[in-house]
Structure formats: structure tokens, C-alpha cells
Design a protein around this ligand. Structure first.
Ligand SMILES: [Zn+2]
Length: 251
């Protein structure tokens, strides 16, 4: 299995070990610093830590950790230029599989600026983006994101993440890949399965978004097992367990 969105820097080796033992071979870890940083060097250090340190920690437990880096909307108090320069380098060196997670949260002017700049870099370098949608105000923010994307990036590079039953209708007819996050206080496995049952398995990725907030490192295997238990066919289950992720991220 592949967990397509985690925050490895906030988690222990024990979590990686449990994930690996439960059948997760690879995960994509995303950038997010859970505190307002107004200094670019500190944010850059956070990103370098994920790239050079957390990947090794995960590897020690068998987990193949792929990396997405960028400026999360929570961290948009920075200037950004140093991060953009580094993004070009990481992409060129194939050190990252996506720019992410990026997106909008409180809809400030700075958030829009930094989000749009990173979409442009992704389009220019033909790189995937992992786009965050917030817990609160999700519908409005998703509308904003759906309004912005067509002017900046081709849909094939985009996954819009943390889609839930309340907003899935808005995004389902687009050509974007959609992320389903099974996490306490966000969405449970039954809600994720109801979305897959209704809209099919082709356009979705599955993840735990395990982070510093309440999380279940095993939410991907638990959802996959529940799908088996409910009798969904193996071909569909394989799509959501790993095939769609392999295809989207080009693993
Ligand atoms: Zn996240």
C-alpha cells in the first residue's frame, strides 16, 4: 500500500514500523510547520530536515518515504524567494515527487501570492502539486482553488486533497485527482468508502495525513481491509491501495 499524504517529521519511528508491518511500502511526506514561521531560513531548514533526515528515519523501519516540499498556507509569513530557488533545484535533482502541500487556508493576499507562484513553478517544471483544503470553510476555499487552478496549471499535475462527502460534488467532474484523508476529526473510513462506492475508484488517492494532530498511522490499511471485508473487487481495491498513487506520482 501507499499512504499518499503524511507528515513524517511529526511522527515516531514506531509509527513507521507499524505502517510497514501493516503492508504500507511507501508514503509521501509533505511540508507543513505547525507554527507561524516568519523567517525563510528556518522554513528552509524544516524542508531540508524532511528531505535529509526523516527519509532516513523511515528507511530504518523499511518505509520508502517520498518527499513533497513547498510552502504550506500556514507558513506564508515568509518571503518565499529562497524556497522557490530550492524548489527548482530539488525538482531538477529529482529529490521531490511533488510541490506540497500548498493551498489556501485563511484566504489572505499573501496566501494567494505564494500559492499561485508555486503552481506556476509546477507547471513550468511539469511537477505534481498536492493541494491542501482546510478543515473549516472548506467549501468556500475549494471554490477559490477551483477558480485559480485553470489559469496556472494543467489538471494532470494536480491532486486536491482532504476531499470529503460535503464537497466531493464540486470537484468530481473536473480532471483533477482527488485525495481522501481518513483521519480522526476529519473523515472516517466508512465515509471514504461511501465516496468510492458512489464515484468509482479511478480518480482518488488515499491517505492518513498523520501529523501533530490526532491521527491514525494505519488508516490506509484499515480502509483497504474494510473494502475487502465489504466485498469490493480486488482490481478496484488495488487502485486505491497503490495503483493510482504509483501512476500519479510516477513511482
Ligand atoms: Zn497535510
Amino acid at each position: 500500500m501507499i499512504d499518499t499524504h503524511i507528515h513524517a517529521d511529526a511522527r515516531s519511528g514506531e509509527d513507521f514500523n507499524e505502517m510497514y508491518l501493516s503492508g504500507i511500502d511507501a508514503a509521501v511526506t509533505c511540508a507543513y510547520y505547525p507554527y507561524k514561521i516568519d523567517n525563510d531560513t528556518i522554513l528552509l531548514n524544516h524542508l531540508m530536515r524532511i528531505l535529509n533526515y526523516d527519509t532516513k528515519r523511515a528507511e530504518e523501519h523499511g518505509l520508502d518515504l517520498k518527499v513533497a516540499l513547498g510552502i504550506h498556507p500556514t507558513n506564508t509569513s515568509v518571503d518565499g524567494e529562497i524556497i522557490y530557488e530550492n524548489l527548482y533545484e530539488w525538482i531538477e535533482n529529482k529529490e521531490i515527487v511533488a510541490i506540497g502541500e500548498i493551498g489556501l487556508e485563511d484566504l489572505t493576499q499573501k496566501e494567494y501570492e505564494i500559492f499561485e507562484r508555486q503552481l506556476d513553478i509546477a507547471e513550468e517544471t511539469k511537477t505534481n502539486v498536492i493541494i491542501h483544503t482546510p478543515r473549516k470553510n472548506k467549501e468556500k476555499v475549494l471554490d477559490e482553488i477551483l477558480g485559480i487552478l485553470p489559469q496556472h496549471i494543467s489538471p494532470e499535475y494536480v491532486v486536491i486533497d482532504h476531499i470529503n462527502p460535503n464537497v466531493v460534488e464540486k470537484a468530481i467532474d473536473s480532471d483533477y485527482t482527488l485525495g481522501l484523508t481518513v483521519q480522526p476529526q476529519k473523515m472516517d473510513k466508512y465515509e471514504a468508502i461511501s465516496i468510492l462506492d458512489e464515484y468509482g475508484f479511478d480518480n482518488f488517492l488515499l491517505n492518513s495525513d498523520m501529523s501533530n494532530k490526532a491521527s491514525d498511522p494505519l488508516s490506509v490499511p484499515k480502509t483497504v481491509r474494510e473494502l475487502s471485508k465489504q466485498g469490493f473487487n480486488k482490481k478496484d481495491i488495488d487502485k486505491i491501495a497503490f495503483k493510482n498513487a504509483e501512476k500519479f506520482f510516477n513511482f
